[in-house]
Ligand binder design. Structure first.
Ligand SMILES: Nc1nc2c(ncn2[C@@H]2O[C@H](COP(=O)(O)OP(=O)(O)OP(=O)(O)O)[C@@H](O)[C@H]2O)c(=O)[nH]1
Ligand SMILES: [Mg+2]
Length: 373
C-alpha cells in the first residue's frame, strides 16, 4: 500500500519510474493543475481508477518524468509550501492532491469507503499541522501521517485471550460464527493447538451438524491434536452438542470449550435463529466472527450484518497469507469497532498469530506489490 502511494506521490526510486497516469504526467510539467477528482461513490473502483497510461513522449526529460508531486521544501514560499519562519507546511491544494492519490491506493487495497474517509480525515489533519524542515523529504511526513491514522483505526481495545481465560470461571466457552468456508473449523483447530501450548485443557464441540462431512472434519482435527471432541449425529441440535461439551468440560475440569457452527449467511433466518439458540443455551464467554480476508469488501459487509444480527466480541481473520492487499483488516475493524484477536496465515496448525498492530502496519507498509499491481 505505502509503496504504491509513495510511487504515485514522489516517483519511484527506479530509473524507469514514471507518473502512472496521463494526468499525473501532465502535472510533472510546469502546469500545476490538480488531477481530476476520482469519484469514490462508485462500487466499481476499477472503472474510475486511472490505470497505467501510455508513456510520455520522448520530449519530456527523464528528470521531469520523475519530478515528485511535492518536492522537499527548498526556499521560502513556493506553490507547495508556506513557511512561518520556523518550518514549512504543505499547502492545502497539495494536501488535496496527496489525499486524492491516497484514496485511490486505499480503494485499490480493498479498504472500505467509510474507512477510507476516516483515514483521509486524519491524514489531512496530521499534514496540515505538520511542519517540515528545509530539505526534509515530504514522503516521511506523509508516511508518518498514514501510519498514525491506520494505527488509530486498528487500535481497538484489545482482548488478551490468555489473560481473559485465566481470570474467568471455568470453562471459558468460545463460539465461532461466520459464512461458509471462512475458516471457522480450521481456526478452531489452530486455536486449540495454541491453547494447548499455553497449558489449557480444551474440548471441541462439533456444532456444525448441518453440513455433510463437517463432524468428520472436526473429529479428524481433534484426533490429530489429541483433544476430545463432543459430537452427535448429523442433523442433531447444535445447542445440545454445545451444552454436552460444556458439561464434559465441567466434569473434567477443562479450561476452554471451542464451539464450531455451520457456515451461514445473515439472510438465512433458520441458521441465525439456531446460532441464537446456541448462545442462549451455553452463554459463551466470547463470540468470534471468522472472516476470510480474501473476500475483501464482501467479508466486511458480512461482518457488519453478523454484528447487527448476532453481535460478536472480536474477529479472527483468515487467509492473510494469500491476501496481498490487507485492506480488509483495516476496514473490518473500523466498521464493527471490534478488535482482531488472531490472524490465520496458512493451513498448518501453527499458522495462527495473535493480532499485533505493528505487524499489520509493517505488512501494509512494506508488503511487496500485489499480483495486479
Ligand atoms: N491459506 C489459508 N487457508 C485457510 C486458512 N484458514 C482456513 N483455510 C482454508 O479454508 C478452507 C475452509 O476452511 P474451513 O475451516 O473448513 O472453513 P469453515 O468456515 O469451517 O467452512 P464451513 O464449515 O463450510 O462453514 C479450508 O481449505 C482451509 O484449509 C488460512 O489462514 N490460510
Ligand atoms: Mg466448518
Amino acid at each position: 500500500m505505502w509503496a504504491r502511494l509513495k510511487e504515485r506521490l514522489f516517483g519511484g526510486t527506479d530509473k524507469e519510474a514514471k507518473p502512472s497516469t496521463p494526468e499525473a504526467q501532465d502535472r510533472t510539467s510546469a502546469d500545476p493543475t490538480p488531477p481530476k477528482p476520482v469519484s469514490h461513490r462508485t462500487t466499481d473502483t476499477k472503472a474510475t481508477i486511472p490505470t497505467q497510461g501510455p508513456s510520455s513522449s520522448s520530449s519530456a526529460s527523464d528528470a521531469a518524468k520523475r519530478r515528485p508531486l511535492i518536492p522537499p521544501p527548498s526556499s521560502e514560499d513556493t506553490e507547495d509550501y508556506f513557511t512561518d519562519g520556523f518550518g514549512f507546511r504543505i499547502k492545502e491544494k497539495k494536501i488535496d492532491q496527496i489525499l486524492e492519490q491516497l484514496e485511490i491506493v486505499l480503494l485499490e487495497s480493498d479498504v472500505a469507503l467509510e474507512a477510507v474517509e476516516r483515514v483521509r480525515r486524519s491524514v489531512r489533519k496530521y499534514l496540515s499541522e505538520q511542519k517540515l524542515r528545509l530539505g526534509q523529504d515530504p514522503a516521511e511526513a506523509v508516511e508518518a501521517a498514514l501510519r498514525s491514522s491506520v494505527r488509530a483505526v486498528l487500535a481497538q481495545p484489545p482482548i488478551d485471550l490468555e489473560a481473559r481465560i485465566r481470570s474467568s470461571p471455568k470453562p471459558f466457552v468460545i463460539l465461532f460464527i461466520g459464512v461458509n468456508g471462512s475458516g471457522k473449523t480450521t481456526s478452531i483447530a489452530k486455536l486449540a493447538s495454541w491453547l494447548r501450548r499455553k497449558g489449557f485443557g480444551v474440548v471441541l464441540a462439533a456444532g456444525d451438524t448441518f453440513r455433510a462431512g463437517a463432524i468428520e472434519q472436526i473429529t479428524v482435527h481433534a484426533e490429530r491434536l489429541g483433544v476430545k471432541v463432543v459430537r452427535q449425529s448429523e442433523g442433531s441440535d447444535p445447542a445440545a452438542v454445545a451444552y454436552d461439551a460444556v458439561q464434559h468440560a465441567k466434569s473434567r475440569g477443562l479450561d476452554v470449550v471451542l464451539v464450531d457452527t455451520a457456515g451461514r449467511q445473515h439472510t438465512n433466518t433458520n441458521l441465525i435463529e439456531e446460532a441464537k439458540k446456541i448462545r442462549r443455551v451455553v452463554n459463551p464467554s466470547l463470540t468470534l466472527f471468522v472472516g476470510d480476508a480474501l473476500n475483501g469488501n464482501d467479508m466486511v459487509e458480512q461482518a457488519r450484518m453478523f454484528h447487527q444480527e448476532l453481535g460478536f466480541d472480536g474477529t479472527m481473520l483468515t487467509k492473510l497469507d494469500t491476501d496481498t492487499k490487507g485492506g480488509s483488516a483495516l476496514s473490518v475493524t473500523y466498521i464493527v469497532h471490534k478488535p482482531i484477536l488472531f490472524v490465520g496465515v496458512g493451513q498448518g496448525y501453527d499458522d495462527l498469530r495473535p493480532f499485533d498492530v505493528n505487524w499489520m502496519l509493517d505488512r501494509l507498509f512494506s508488503s511487496p506489490k500485489g499480483p495486479n499491481e
